[in-house]
Design a protein around this ligand. Structure first.
Ligand code: HEC
Ligand code: HEC
Ligand code: HEC
Ligand code: HEC
Length: 138
């Protein structure tokens, strides 16, 4: 009687762990992300699709080039840490010191890298053409 209860509990715990780990893995590095911040009330432009996994795997860009958590001026984000949306910290309307407002944070990150690569005459992504990143507005 006792034993079967223990076995049953063990099975339940394994299922919970398995499902839990499965969920974590699934959200680890999404293939694509559609960027369209909720905190921006009136979008002037359409959403931006980021080939998320391709940037990481094919273009060999580290998570920390895009994801950060600053502690004492240093980025302490590590692969596997939970990820917050950029809008969790970057305000939609105003910059707070080096923590620029959301649009500048995105443009600074995306175009910042693309422009640096262009200057270095390397393969790169869109630097100026809006519609190479932004989809048509619905
Ligand atoms: C080229 C930039 C870039 C790289 C490289 C990158 N990410 Fe992201 N990632 C983003 C952006 C942008 C978002 C969407 C953020 C938002 O919507 O505010 C995102 C979203 C996520 C999300 C949340 C997805 C969701 O559904 O909300 C996770 C988890 C994540 N990234 C993990 C990673 C990990 C782990 C790595 C490295 C293995 C990585 N990312 C590499 C830019 C990047
Ligand atoms: C946990 C809060 C937080 C999140 C989430 C966050 N940022 Fe930041 N970000 C900051 C802070 C704080 C700074 C200022 C850092 C400093 O003092 O140099 C900053 C600076 C920046 C800068 C300028 C400096 C640099 O690192 O190049 C860019 C660009 C940027 N963020 C883009 C993004 C993008 C894109 C995302 C989402 C993928 C994001 N941030 C998510 C807090 C955050
Ligand atoms: C640290 C550098 C880096 C950052 C940050 C970065 N990219 Fe890129 N991106 C690249 C490189 C490198 C390529 C092209 C490489 C190639 O063609 O071999 C590229 C290509 C692209 C392309 C065209 C090809 C494709 O895969 O769709 C788009 C669109 C793009 N990036 C959008 C974005 C957006 C949106 C962001 C910000 C959320 C971003 N990138 C951030 C380096 C970066
Ligand atoms: C390298 C990719 C890239 C390019 C090129 C680019 N943007 Fe963006 N932009 C983004 C991303 C990513 C966001 C965040 C999307 C969101 O949350 O709506 C953004 C946000 C914005 C926003 C704030 C959100 C909104 O819809 O009002 C405006 C305005 C904007 N971009 C205008 C432009 C204009 C104008 C150009 C061309 C001169 C341009 N962008 C080129 C990536 C890009």
């Amino acid at each position: 009687m006792r034993k079967s209860v223990v076995v049953l509990l063990g099975v339940i715990v394994s299922i919970v762990l398995f499902v839990g780990v499965g969920i974590l893995k699934a959200t680890d590095v999404p293939d694509e992300v559609s960027i369209y911040a909720d905190t921006i009330k009136t979008h002037k432009k359409g959403p931006v699709n980021l080939t998320h996994k391709k940037h990481n795997v094919d273009y060999k860009i580290a998570c920390t080039e895009c994801h950060h958590v600053y502690e004492g001026g240093k980025n302490v984000y590590k692969e596997g840490d939970p990820v917050q949306k950029c809008e969790a910290c970057h305000d939609a309307v105003k910059s707070v010191g080096k923590q620029k407002k959301l649009m500048l944070a995105f443009h600074g990150n995306c175009q910042g890298c693309h422009k640096d690569l262009k200057k270095a005459a390397k393969k790169t992504g869109p630097t100026t053409k809006c519609n190479d990143c932004h989809a048509k507005k619905k």
